[in-house]
Write a protein that binds this ligand. Structure first.
Ligand code: HEM
Length: 480
């Protein structure tokens, strides 16, 4: 009897367990079969990376996406940079992912990039520490005090640079813009002025940034090895500054932070380590060397190809210059940001230029959005470029047309995300616009120019192939 009941209990347990397991597998299979986006994972290991990269090097990187969108739809599966990936060219799906928190999606970038950034970089950390640092930096970058300082520094560095421009030599806009934007940002981050240390930093930074999209092999002779060495030298310089600040402390009650380092060092709630601070100061120099100068350079490129836009921009800026001269006032940061046409030129440059083509995340659990399944552990690539160049969102998307932005609010549409969105929306977006506005103001009010032929390179980062050479002519007073 005893034996019999034991067999019944055991049999029932086995039956129930089998049913549960079967149902679970069946549910997962049917979920995957019905909702995992269409697409192909390509070759073993390399997936579709080679095709992605070869398109990325062309002048139409989005052809990789366009081809697949036509076959599979706006959201498709692929395998790039070593991970199975869901690629999204659908603004709503991308918006949802960007707005999710770290329990659902975390940043995920190629290995060379994460090794160089360091694990405590704001671009890679998650949760409360990321929110904290993001909030502190964002608030500081928005402060009128910093904007006034940036405006003053930009004037100084732009003027110094433009004073050396001669009519009978080509000016390489990209180099000039990099030099100016890097100095301005380093000053805002750690209050370093031009001089020996700045030159050392600039030199090491070039080496550092070359490794961001290199092969992830760290042995002597490789780019990653050289870049990591350069980062160490820069970190030493920044750590010396940090230690000197910690030693001096804060003296007066009326003390105001003079740079981002001050803001982070003196946050009473969080004791941030020297390593974290140094890593982040260096990572935040990247937009100074890369994104912001590229924005300025591309604006010059597009304006050179569109004389009517250049004329309208010049008139707007000359008018402001004249008005300020009559009032005997210097130009303030708010003056620049209030120039409506100049702002539409910058917006259109951001849309067409796609300086950051998209952002990458990794799913921490199975996620379903708009009927698509993003499986746990898969990467998600929100590809902004396709959205910015989608003819369903923008008429004649490949035409530089600043007028399309007149009377439009860029902050409310999910079809325009050059600065990302959600929890990680770029905290430097106002600064980038301000720097570009000041650069353009000085350029168009002081010079006319002839641009040489040049083309945009899109990979691994956006830049001009020939560094955008132009031949300038100094304007005499009253020249349009
Ligand atoms: C044209 C110029 C710029 C462009 C196109 C740009 C674009 C972006 C994008 C798309 C992101 C989102 C990354 C993600 O979601 O993973 C981002 C984040 C960020 N940007 Fe910018 N950026 C620019 C200028 C700047 C400047 C001037 C700064 C100042 C230091 C800056 C600092 C940051 C920081 C700290 C983050 C990380 C925010 C976080 O993860 O919490 N950016 N940027």
């Amino acid at each position: 009897m005893m034996d019999m009941s034991m067999w019944i209990v055991l049999g029932t347990a086995i039956f129930l367990t089998t049913m549960i397991l079967y149902r679970k597998r069946f549910r997962l299979r049917s979920l995957q079969r019905s909702t995992l986006p269409l697409g192909t994972l390509g070759w073993p290991f390399i997936g579709e990376t080679i095709e992605f990269v070869s398109c990325a090097y062309s002048d139409r990187p989005e052809t990789f996406m366009d081809k697949r969108c036509r076959i599979y739809g706006k959201v498709f599966k692929s395998h790039i940079f070593g991970s199975p990936t869901i690629v999204s060219t659908d603004a709503e799906v991308s918006k949802f992912v960007l707005q999710s928190d770290a329990k659902t999606f975390v940043p995920s970038y190629p290995k060379s990039l994460t090794e160089l950034m360091g694990e405590s970089s704001i671009l890679l950390i998650n949760g409360s520490l990321q929110r904290k640092i993001h909030g502190l930096i964002g608030a500081f970058f928005k402060s009128p005090h910093l904007k006034a300082q940036i405006t003053k520094d930009m004037h100084k560095y732009v003027q110094e640079s433009m004073e050396t421009w001669e009519d009978d030599h080509p000016i390489y806009v990209q180099d000039e813009a990099k030099n100016i934007a890097f100095q301005v940002l380093v000053k805002a981050l750690i209050s370093l002025n031009p001089g020996e240390e700045m030159e050392l930093l600039k030199k090491q930074f070039q080496e550092f940034i070359s490794g961001l999209m290199s092969l992830p092999i760290n042995i002597p002779g490789t780019q990653l090895y050289r870049s990591l060495k350069a980062k160490k030298k820069m970190a030493n310089l920044v750590q010396n500054i940090i230690q000197a600040r910690r030693k001096n402390g804060v003296s007066a009650a009326s003390w105001v932070p003079k740079d981002v380092l001050d803001v982070l060092l003196n946050d009473s709630n969080e004791q941030l380590t020297d390593d974290l601070l140094a890593d982040n100061m260096i990572d935040m120099m990247i937009p100074g060397e890369d994104s912001v100068p590229v924005l300025m350079t591309l604006a010059v490129k597009y304006l050179s190809d569109c004389p009517t836009a250049l004329q309208q921009l010049t008139e707007e800026n000359l008018e402001l210059k004249k008005l300020k001269a009559q009032l005997g006032q210097p130009l303030r940061w708010s003056d620049y940001l209030s120039l409506p046409f100049t702002q539409t030129v910058i917006t259109e440059t951001l849309r067409m230029g796609n300086i950051i083509i998209g952002v990458m995340r990794k799913a921490m659990k199975d996620v379903e959005i708009k009927g698509y399944l993003i499986p746990k552990g898969w990467c998600f690539f929100a590809y902004f470029r396709s959205i910015h160049l989608d003819e369903n969102h923008y008429d004649w998307p490949y035409k530089f047309d600043p007028w399309r932005w007149q009377d439009k609010d860029t902050s409310t549409t999910c079809n325009f995300t050059p600065f990302g969105g959600g929890q990680r929306l770029c905290p430097g977006l106002d600064l980038a616009r301000l720097e570009a506005s000041i650069f353009l103001h000085h350029l168009v009010t002081q010079f006319s120019w002839e641009a040489e032929e040049d083309t945009v390179v899109n990979f691994p980062t956006v830049r001009m192939k020939r560094r955008m050479p132009i031949w300038v002519k100094t304007k005499s007073r009253g020249d349009p």
